[in-house]
Design a protein around this ligand. Structure first.
Ligand SMILES: O=c1nc[nH]c2c1ncn2[C@H]1C[C@H](O)[C@@H](COP(=O)(O)OP(=O)(O)OP(=O)(O)O)O1
Ligand SMILES: [Mg+2]
Length: 199
């Protein structure tokens, strides 16, 4: 069977996708296994960046590729950091640096005005020149906490309060996060669309 290349270098995403894509019954390999060079994320939208990443991986491997472009949109910051979430504190920022940057930006903002949501766009390309990629997206509503809470997850999860569970995303267990998150719901949409189109 042709392997599917997962066009991401983010260990947190890769862990979540291991479970989320299991129902696909497809052999999924992270792009690191093929030494795919990192693509420059020059898009202004999640869709553009996800296409750039999937195309780059498909081009370098000759295999179908799936990419995830995601981030957090904070209302009090007019949607920032958005597509720049991974680079919020600088071009090679760590999760801790990005979280510290977000807390600084929101230092004067009270709890009631800290609404935010995660976005996740997934793109699937059969090959690098695929003119009809599968594109799905989903969001997840929450709020930015005043201080980090919880030990799990990755990225902004310690700062992301999940109203429907009354805990931070980092305090959710991983199956629970996958059930309700932006990535979990985008993955469900992707699997449904792949089934309709290709079976
Ligand atoms: O469920 C999540 N829980 C916490 N944080 C999250 C989540 N989902 C996205 N995020 C944050 C991480 C990063 O700051 C940015 C994604 O940036 P994004 O460019 O899509 O990913 P990345 O550069 O880490 O890896 P790659 O591009 O190789 O997939 O949003
Ligand atoms: Mg990235």
């Amino acid at each position: 069977m042709t392997p599917l290349v997962l066009a991401s270098g983010n260990a947190g995403k890769l862990r979540e996708f291991a479970d989320l894509l299991a129902p696909m019954g497809w052999q999924v390999h992270p792009q690191s296994e093929f030494a795919v060079p990192e693509a420059e994320e020059t898009g202004l939208t999640f869709v553009e960046n996800a296409l750039i990443k999937a195309r780059n991986a498909a081009r370098h491997t000759g295999s179908p590729a799936l990419a995830d472009d995601s981030g957090i949109e904070v209302d009090a910051l007019k949607g920032a950091p958005g597509v720049f979430s991974a680079r919020y504190a600088g071009p090679h920022a760590t999760d801790e640096e990005n979280n510290a940057q977000l807390l600084r930006a929101l230092a004067e903002v009270p709890e009631a005005q800290r609404s935010a949501r995660y976005w996740c766009v997934l793109t699937f390309l059969r090959h690098a020149d695929d003119p009809t990629p599968v594109i799905v997206q989903a969001s997840w509503e929450g709020r930015v906490l005043m201080a980090p809470e919880g030990e799990g997850g990755f990225g902004y999860d310690p700062l992301f309060w999940v109203p429907e569970r009354q805990m931070s995303a980092a305090a959710l267990d991983k199956a629970e996060k996958n059930k309700i998150s932006h990535r979990g719901r985008a993955s469900a949409l992707l699997l449904a669309e792949l089934k309709t189109r290709f079976s």
